[in-house]
Ligand binder design. Structure first.
Ligand code: ADP
Ligand code: MG
Length: 321
């Protein structure tokens, strides 16, 4: 059995280049580039709440960091470093090795380095804090959406919830369909390049982690505006498009874990949004617009008002997820 310090050395200590000091001292040292602001975010993943206890450790390593990098993406920040607080029932190398490999392969992709953390025995719990940087004043916040702005979504939404529904036997996908949607639940790809490309273009942004309805409402409340969304314009995969309408809407509007970006931008910047999408190879779809009347209205292609009773995920209010 490995000791606490052996496992930190063996599985979590890698050469660093962004930070001035990494793992091994009481604190790590970061030196932000002059003229930048640091963007900092924490996400905790708890066994049984955020993932099934038998989840593949490599995918869990990937996802634990991915959900954090997604928050940096939503602000338009460049990833720099992260810390890892880990509670583990046992120091099992058959778990630690794939977990650290899954985490570091994503970290390397975004040149985001592990600079510290904490390791303790306990029920499996993974808490990562990411540090990013953004040129001063260019962070894309939630509180700056304006009347008339377009509402955009990257990629497609709802497939993570669709995969979860299959795992819970709420729906039955065929093998080919399930193998295509499962990575959306287990291996989300943070939209970092798009977030950075949207600096000085998007007026507000967030990443979709708890479902479009609830997440977009965060932008509306912070910006003190309302919105209309065309449910027929929502970008969904061909697999989700084949599902019955009610269930499709539950996945697209209320399903969590998409990690796509939802952002607003002035109509005058439509061509620049499309350029950012082309440049990064990440598709974007215009799904609605911001209005001064508070509230979120859903309409279909014919302009008819639609109602949707499902709420987005809330740990203390919902049993959904
Ligand atoms: P302290 O007692 O000062 O909290 P620790 O003994 O917990 O320090 O950790 C020793 C060093 O190892 C510190 O630099 C800490 O940041 C790092 N560390 C501990 N656990 C992890 C982990 N899971 N991942 C990365 N670094 C870690
Ligand atoms: Mg400690």
């Amino acid at each position: 059995m490995l000791s606490e310090f052996d496992l930190i050395t063996k599985y979590f200590t890698k050469p660093i280049s962004n930070a001035s000091l990494g793992i091994g001292d009481d604190c790590a040292l970061l030196m932000p580039t002059p003229g930048t602001q640091m963007a900092i975010s924490t996400d905790m993943l708890v066994s049984g709440t955020h993932f099934f206890p038998d989840t593949d450790p490599a995918q869990l390593g990937h996802k634990s960091l991915a959900v954090n990098l997604s928050d940096l993406a939503a602000m338009g920040a460049d990833p720099v470093a992260f810390t890892l607080a880990l509670a583990l029932p046992r120091a099992e190398e058959t778990w630690l090795k794939p977990f650290s490999e899954g985490m570091f392969s994503l970290a390397n992709l975004f040149q985001c380095e592990l600079i510290g953390g904490d390791t303790t025995k306990g029920p499996l719990n993974i808490c990562i804090t990411v540090f990013g940087q953004i040129p001063l004043g260019q962070a894309i916040r939630r509180d700056n959406a304006r009347h008339g702005d377009d509402i955009w979504i990257s990629g497609t939404i709802g497939d993570a919830r669709l995969a979860l529904a299959h795992c819970r036997r709420e729906t039955a996908l065929n093998d080919d369909e399930f193998s295509k949607v499962l990575p959306r639940l287990q291996m989300p790809m943070p939209r970092v390049a798009l977030g950075k490309a949207l600096r000085k273009i998007a007026s507000a942004a967030l990443d979709l982690s708890d479902g479009l309805l609830g997440d977009l409402t965060h932008i509306l409340n912070a910006s003190k505006v309302g919105a209309t969304v065309n449910i027929d314009a929502l970008p969904v995969s061909s697999i989700l498009a084949r599902q019955p309408e009610d269930f499709r809407m539950l996945c697209a509007l209320g399903g969590g874990d998409d990690y796509e970006l939802c952002f607003t931008a002035p109509v005058s910047k439509r061509s620049r949004v499309l350029e950012a999408s082309d440049k990064t190879g990440i598709p974007v779809t215009r799904v609605g617009f911001i209005e001064s009347t508070p509230g979120l209205r859903l309409r279909n292609n014919n302009g008819e008002l639609q109602t949707f009773s499902h709420h987005s995920f809330d740990h203390f209010l919902t049993t959904e997820k």
